[in-house]
Design a protein around this ligand. Structure first.
Ligand SMILES: *Cc1c(COP(=O)(O)O)cnc(C)c1O
Length: 251
């Protein structure tokens, strides 16, 4: 087995163990493999090991990988005589990095999800630019839950208003909230931060202001996925524990 395959197995075990410890069904937590800075070959290895959802931070880098993997899958489909469309559908790409206005078209044309929406203007452009032949773009709003100065995201007080506005946009489907809490000193402190996001999520869902309740709480990375799962995460975004350390600085 390759390192990536072994690492994936270990991460899935961590998720299962954390779910059991929290009294949750492991099937309720999805794994997003964060492949930023790693090549299409690394994505392919993870894909062959059954991983389907991948996260990218940098738009140009992500789109390049998406196109490479699509071409590869189409070739595979042609070889085995199956419908290439079915094979291409197997992969799910999540944009988890900041999206500037001049990048919205690329994102709308190539990604399946955007988890880092924090402004109406960006949401509007994504909706307008989503090609008609594709399903609606799946959206999470990014919440800056602890006021970290180096990251984007809505302040907790602004989340509900944008959530309502996004549900009005025809080519977007609001799925949930995403946050990147600052590193905490221990498990309890990490849980407390994640629970703040869970509380915002529950509050909006129970207030009945959305036509459809949100179903995705994207919380937890390599260092804090156990705390995030304890707090109610339904999607953990894991890079380092699957693909290894990154040499390049990341956003
Ligand atoms: C890089 C990144 C991750 C993965 O972080 P690791 O610590 O490598 O698991 C998750 N979410 C976001 C938004 C990221 O930028």
């Amino acid at each position: 087995m390759t390192t990536i395959v072994l690492n994936l197995q270990r991460v899935r075990e961590r998720i299962t163990t954390a779910c059991v410890a929290a009294g949750r069904d492991p099937a309720c937590v999805r794994l997003l493999a964060v492949s930023k800075t790693f090549g299409a070959d690394a994505v392919m290895e993870a894909l062959l090991a059954g991983q389907r959802a991948f996260g990218e931070n940098y738009i140009a880098e992500g789109v390049e990988k998406i196109l490479l993997l699509r071409a590869w899958q189409a070739g595979q489909g042609a070889q085995s005589g199956e419908q290439s469309g079915a094979a291409a559908n197997a992969l799910e790409w999540h944009c988890i990095g900041p999206v500037q206005s001049n990048k919205t078209r690329l994102v709308a044309e190539h990604f399946d999800w955007v988890q880092s929406v924090d402004r109406l203007k960006i949401a509007q452009r994504l909706s307008e630019q989503r090609p008609p032949h594709l399903p609606p773009l799946q959206i999470c709003l990014q919440v800056n839950v602890d006021g970290g100065v180096n990251k984007s995201g809505l302040t907790p007080a602004d989340v509900q208003a944008l959530a309502q506005e996004v549900t009005q946009l025809p080519r977007l489907a609001l799925r949930g909230l995403m946050a990147i809490p600052e590193p905490a000193i221990n498990f309890i402190a990490a849980c407390a931060l994640h629970k703040r996001v869970k509380a915002i999520f529950d509050h909006i869902n129970s207030s009945g202001v959305l036509p459809v309740p949100m179903d995705t709480l994207s919380l937890g990375m390599t260092a804090d996925l156990e705390a995030a799962i304890h707090a109610g995460s339904t999607m953990v975004r894991v890079g380092t524990a699957i693909f290894g350390g990154r040499s390049r600085a990341t956003g």
